[in-house]
Design a protein around this ligand. Sequence first.
Ligand code: MN
Length: 202
Amino acid sequence: MKNMLHPLPYKYDALEPYIDAKTMEIHHTKHHQAYFDKLNAALEKHPELQEKSVGELLRGINNIPEDIRTAVRNHGGGHANHTLFWQIMTPKKNKIQGKIEKEIKKSFDSFDEFKIKFAETAMGRFGSGWAWLVLNNGKLEIMNTANQDSPLMEGKIPILGLDIWEHAYYLKYQNRRNEYIENWWNVVNWEKVEENFDKAGK
Ligand code: MN
């Protein structure tokens, strides 16, 4: 946790035209950086927690000392959520295939049905939050969370996540969250999602 915030795995303009460079830059260098810094500041009060991964901290959120529990929930969640978000996007054109395609079809009837349900769940979150594809007791499920809450706090493993805070899309899409969601499918990194699925099942 004491390390520097990682750079993105691609350039800020790499996801154009679907996500604009200015949004990506502010999102990473200001928003994500702030979550990261505030998490680290909170952990300074409990140095014994500094060696834990952010995933461990969130899974054990109820055991985090009360004086920093909200900070770990908000800023640790923010750090974990954004770290996943950058990884499950890519400028490389790629299609869903292989095991993850099979599992999504099995769980949601078809890929199109999955996308519709995911978009509905993302649209259905009032205010700020995230839409997720998670593995819950071995089953794929779609859910959303408020603010920076992580599915890890409920014992669920996120394998795909979409940031639906206005800071993720407002510069380009203003209030058109639906258009942002629709365009976002063009930059999903399905190879990474499959990798997350594989790891989550182990
Ligand atoms: Mn964000």
